[in-house]
Design a protein around this ligand. Structure first.
Ligand SMILES: [Zn+2]
Length: 68
């Protein structure tokens, strides 16, 4: 991966950078969904279980049919 640490020096067109930004959006959406579903209560958040991780998100990209 030719990217600089933290991707600080990546170009706007860098696909790795774009991918990470897409993930951040997906992660943020998942966090909002969890907050809406649980009302933010710690016990309910624990019951809700894990939300999307970068690894899971990448796997979903690679094999959308298996991710469900
Ligand atoms: Zn890059």
């Amino acid at each position: 991966m030719p990217c600089s640490p933290g991707m600080r020096r990546c170009r706007l067109s860098c696909q790795h950078r774009q991918m990470v930004q897409d993930y951040r959006l997906a992660r943020h959406a998942a966090e909002l969904a969890r907050e809406t579903a649980t009302g933010g209560y710690a016990a309910e958040v624990a019951d809700y279980g894990p939300i999307v991780t970068f690894k899971a998100w990448l796997q979903q990209l690679a094999a959308p049919s298996e991710a469900a």
